[in-house]
Ligand binder design. Sequence first.
Ligand SMILES: Nc1nc2c(ncn2[C@@H]2O[C@H](COP(=O)(O)OP(=O)(O)OP(=O)(O)O)[C@@H](O)[C@H]2O)c(=O)[nH]1
Ligand SMILES: [Mg+2]
Length: 439
Amino acid sequence: MGIVRLSGPRALEIAAAHFRSSRGKDPLNSKARVFHGHWIEAGQPIDEVLLHCMRAPHSYTREDVAEINAHGGAGPVNAILEACLAEGARLAGPGEFTLRAFLNGRIDLVQAEAVIDQIRARTKAGLQAAAAASTGTLSRALYSLRERLAHALAQVEAAVDFPEEDLPELVTPALLAALTGAADEMQGLLDTAEAGRLCREGASVAIAGRPNVGKSSLFNALLRDARAIVSQHAGTTRDRIEEYIAIGGVPVKLVDTAGLRETEDEVERIGVEMARQALEGAQAVLFVVDAHAGIQPEDQSLAAQLATLDVPALLVWNKTDLAPAPEGAPDLPAEFVSVCGVSARENAGIAALEAALESVLLRGAHLDAGQPMLTRMHQRDAMRRAHEHLSRLLEDTTRSPEFLALDLRETLDALGEITGETTPDDILETIFASFCIGK
Ligand SMILES: Nc1nc2c(ncn2[C@@H]2O[C@H](COP(=O)(O)OP(=O)(O)OP(=O)(O)O)[C@@H](O)[C@H]2O)c(=O)[nH]1
Ligand SMILES: [Mg+2]
């Protein structure tokens, strides 16, 4: 099974050159879109295929598109590909189909980027956010902003030619309200950027603590799977174990690490070093302590080290089935943002821990997959510039119309970079280069 997809003015001709319809139809001179038949090489059928013909502009790229659905394995698919290349087709670059859809005006840049996010989404919320963006949720919010700002620009520009003394009141209360509203909306979108980025890129969360406090047990409880080995021997985990979970819609790479302690054992020492690296690359740390054993000197020195890392840490009292979690975290640095009590063995307190982790990761924001969200650095950067230009305008609306018009034009240009109208070519190239082949 495999699909060879061709796009461009000769797509149908190239596909038809080796196709023989089982009902004697000619794909080039037929209204039908789907044809059953065989792929023919040197007069011999090499595979049974379905040929889909989509004529411009009714296709993904708005060009003629032919899709050859092969039934056989890799052999026939490769033979079909070779034959198409011999007929004059060339291999698509990464994201080239989507690039053409963008260049031909079928989708805007926001939607094109969402296509790749949809493919790579690791959680349902990530997928929903990408799907919302690809169907135009963010685009619509941006176009609505641009429309209002363009309208304001037209009003301001109309005043440019007025002689100074006849100048009408330029920024009327209605116009001012519209511009202020637009600026607020832009700020609202900027506020989604951090959650949007997390939703797309995910976060890494490390579980740390001294040996035997129950890190691997907690890892398994969060995973709802007996993934990591648990035993009563201190120093059980020596490798770094990673799995993905979803926390409030954020794809989280959960990392179980070796218990941190000074050790003579060579293998364990390597594990401890890996654990330190995991901590440095993490967006949050679950610092596990044993509620039954209480805070030990080793916990204290680890906590002091964690506090220097500049990674938000959640203190997790484990084994609360044996002893209740103490109030707060006495004897530990105040850097710990939140304190939870769980029993990894009994699966108690896990939901509350997940909620606490969600608010640490999203900094209190809530992920609403249906709302427009900025998910990429370049979108945030452009939106920030757009907002700055508009804020500058709003700072002093009594300036001459030329200056106000300039600020508005710069705001519009920056917004246009997000949707793709005014995106510089080199940025477009980097964006599409990150796509996979065939999309
Ligand atoms: N009673 C009780 N025992 C627990 C709990 N969580 C873990 N344990 C036990 O504590 C011991 C150590 O658990 P692990 O999960 O292997 O601890 P760890 O922190 O990963 O240990 P290292 O990998 O050696 O650093 C095991 O015997 C677990 O069964 C808990 O919530 N309650
Ligand atoms: Mg372990």
